[in-house]
Design a protein around this ligand. Sequence first.
Ligand code: SF4
Length: 64
Amino acid sequence: MGRKVIIDTEECIGCESCVELCPEIFEFDEGLEKAVVISADSYDPACVEEAIETCPVECIHWEE
Ligand code: SF4
């Protein structure tokens, strides 16, 4: 089981950059108007890293 990805929902501005980059990892929640992490056993680390670097408010993190 790989590391988990988390989004700090309080900080997310719903820009959808992460959803466009990694649609298999992140999805847009229409109700929240924010991105959420799709539940999975593992996540593509390269795509997660790219999303972390691209997020304008730096609210995507690996769970410690
Ligand atoms: Fe939210 Fe960051 Fe994803 Fe934009 S890139 S939707 S701010 S988590």
